[in-house]
Design a protein around this ligand. Structure first.
Ligand code: HPA
Ligand code: ZN
Length: 340
């Protein structure tokens, strides 16, 4: 199949997005608009200046600028607008379901109540469902550069929103903050009936992935690229059928891989890992989910069968009820059976 044909298939395939930080979908134009609306000063004079600052050589370079950008988010309406802007784009990429991360501690530390953040995001998600028919769920992420007591306090505060959150996650600076640091808070979240996911093996070693499995009891692994350095770990991930939410453009932007041609997704698929393609922080890394698929296809790493597999993995790896998964999988099969 030519790259143009693959691009057509990418556009046509229904898909779920399972690794998306909603604060990372804040486009520079919206950053400026919200800075004006909320009278917040930002250290940039123009949208071009913001984009020029998005040159990173590692995760921390990005995180510094990502947390600074989030300063413009103040009111529930801002969070609703942010979510809706993401879903407008995602719907255009044929995303039918998204499980989105948010970082409550980034906002509560600035005096924004958790209720403002959650209510705002949920309003945007409800409007997206009405406008585009896209379903979604919220995953509350703990910032791993902070301590476990802060994560426990955040989880306690979130208890009153329990029926509106599907799971907990772990993000921010990975190196020096192994998953085991959060074993108790993840145990408590599990006992509350929440799904558990964690970033591991993005910059951190394969042992961090092992800790996420053994100490956090994760239901899904975010990134996980560095697991490929450890064949026994790969075999375990395959055996346990764990879904990995991989983010190709993010990996290139943060220098986790040398370039797209060197991206491990083709090898991960060949090894039998349940891989999915996601955008991570699309406003910062150069594209939304279909941009990620297209970049992989253009680099020659994946073909038609891989695209179907990746789209199927996104629904089987989601936290949707089985009947909904079956409905989405049938829609993928319908695309497969279309005469070309
Ligand atoms: N890694 C860790 N933390 C993050 C990321 C990421 O890619 N994006 C937003 N927070
Ligand atoms: Zn991420």
């Amino acid at each position: 199949m030519s790259v143009a044909d693959l691009d057509g298939l990418i556009a046509a395939l229904p898909k779920a997005e399972l690794h998306l930080h909603i604060e990372g979908s804040l486009e520079p134009e919206m950053m400026f608009a919200l800075a004006r609306r909320n009278r917040v000063a930002i250290p940039f004079a123009s949208v071009d200046e913001v984009r020029a600052a998005y040159r990173f050589s590692r995760l921390q370079d990005f995180l510094d600028i990502y947390y600074a950008g989030a300063e413009v988010l103040r009111e529930a309406e801002d969070f609703a607008d942010l979510a809706l802007a993401y879903f407008d784009r995602a719907a255009g990429d044929n995303v039918r379901h998204a499980e989105i991360f948010f970082d409550p501690q980034t906002h509560t530390a600035r005096g924004i109540p958790l209720g403002v953040v959650v209510e705002g995001l949920l309003a945007g998600m409800a409007e997206a469902k009405a406008r585009h028919g896209v379903s979604s769920g919220l995953i509350l992420c703990f910032l791993r550069h902070l301590d476990e007591a802060a994560a426990l306090a955040t989880l306690r505060e979130a208890e009153r929103f329990l029926d509106r959150i599907i799971g907990v996650g772990l993000d921010s600076s990975e190196l020096g903050h192994p998953p085991g640091k959060f074993a108790r808070v993840f145990a408590r979240a599990g006992a509350m009936g929440l799904k558990r996911v964690a970033h591991a093996g993005e910059e951190g070693p394969p042992d961090y992935v092992r800790e996420a499995l053994d100490l956090l009891h994760i239901d899904r692994l975010d990134h996980g690229n560095r697991a490929m350095e450890d064949p026994a770990l790969v075999a375990r991930l395959v055996r346990e059928g764990l879904t990995l939410t991989v983010c190709p453009l993010s990996n290139v932007k943060l220098c986790v891989v040398a370039d797209m041609a060197a991206h491990p997704i083709p090898r991960m698929l060949a090894a039998g890992l349940r891989v999915t393609v996601n955008s991570d922080d699309p406003a910062y890394f150069g594209g939304y989910v279909n941009d990620n698929f297209r970049a992989l296809a253009a680099a020659g790493g994946i073909g038609r069968a891989d695209l179907f597999q990746l789209a199927r993995n996104s629904f089987t790896g989601s936290f949707l009820p089985e009947a909904d998964k079956a409905r989405h999988l049938a829609a993928i099969t319908a695309v497969e059976n279309m005469p070309c």
